[in-house]
Write a protein that binds this ligand. Structure first.
Ligand code: DC
Length: 232
């Protein structure tokens, strides 16, 4: 018999604060952390490096699915709370490229392809190891870890999310425009919520937190109360 591995599924749209919450919970419980968005971003980056165009549809699903299935990545924990994971792709460090808005848009495009989602399924499941897992994404509670002990769906208005993202990227020294970010978030919501496979939607048994009018401390308090009740 295999031991039960406690799993916290954290889903929601871009800029909802999931990243901060996921890092907080992983640190608090000393659990592994799956940043599934980074995997989709890395598929996009690997495709670009192989000169595969991602702007025009239809995308080459067979090739992109193969890239996903063969993705060779490593997540190395750092001591930096602002950048807790150092990522390598086929042995090379990826750096900030993975966090750019462009990489997010590419990720959302490739993520609409069933072959890419299938290609990343086993890799995502492999993160579920003792002493536990915090899984951050769009379909953690619905598709990848339907058996999760705790499911939280974190959301906020598109305006609030664009503003937060803007501050985050400026803080990281990246040049961005608020209006462009807002439009890109709306386009991404549209794609992520309306795709045919694993669309972004709360699991039936998820706790939904709308953080539009909350600061991060309030969000963390709410999340902590839910997780403590479920996991102790
Ligand atoms: O969480 P993020 O911004 O890094 O995710 C980038 C994109 O990847 C997001 O717009 C949709 C896609 N994604 C997904 O489809 N499923 C996941 N579990 C995680 C991300």
């Amino acid at each position: 018999m295999t031991d039960h591995v406690p799993t916290i599924a954290l889903d929601g749209p871009s800029g909802s604060g999931k990243g901060v919450v996921a890092n907080f919970l992983a640190t608090q419980y000393e659990f592994h952390l799956l940043d599934s968005g980074a995997l989709y971003r890395l598929v996009g980056i690997a495709a670009r490096r192989a000169s595969i165009a991602l702007e025009n549809s239809p995308l080459n699903e067979a090739v992109l699915g193969e890239i996903a299935r063969r993705l060779d990545v490593a997540f190395i924990a750092t001591k930096n709370p602002e950048d807790p994971l150092e990522i390598t792709l086929f042995g090379d460090q990826v750096g900030h490229e993975v966090r750019t808005d462009e990489a997010g848009v590419d990720a959302s495009r490739v993520a609409s392809l069933p072959a890419v989602r299938d290609g990343l399924f086993e890799l995502q499941r492999s993160f579920r190891q003792a002493p536990g897992l915090v899984a951050d994404g769009r379909d953690m509670g619905t598709t990848i870890f339907p058996e999760a002990d705790v499911k939280i769906y974190l959301t906020a208005s598109a305006e609030a999310r664009a503003e937060r993202r803007y501050k985050q990227l400026i803080h990281k020294g990246m040049g961005v425009n608020l209006h462009d970010l807002f439009q890109s978030i709306q386009a991404r919501d549209e794609r992520d919520m309306n795709r045919s496979v694993s669309p972004l939607t709360p699991a039936e048994d998820a706790f939904v937190i709308d953080s539009t009018d909350m600061d991060i401390e309030e969000v963390l308090q709410n999340v902590k109360a839910i997780v403590t009740e479920k996991l102790g």
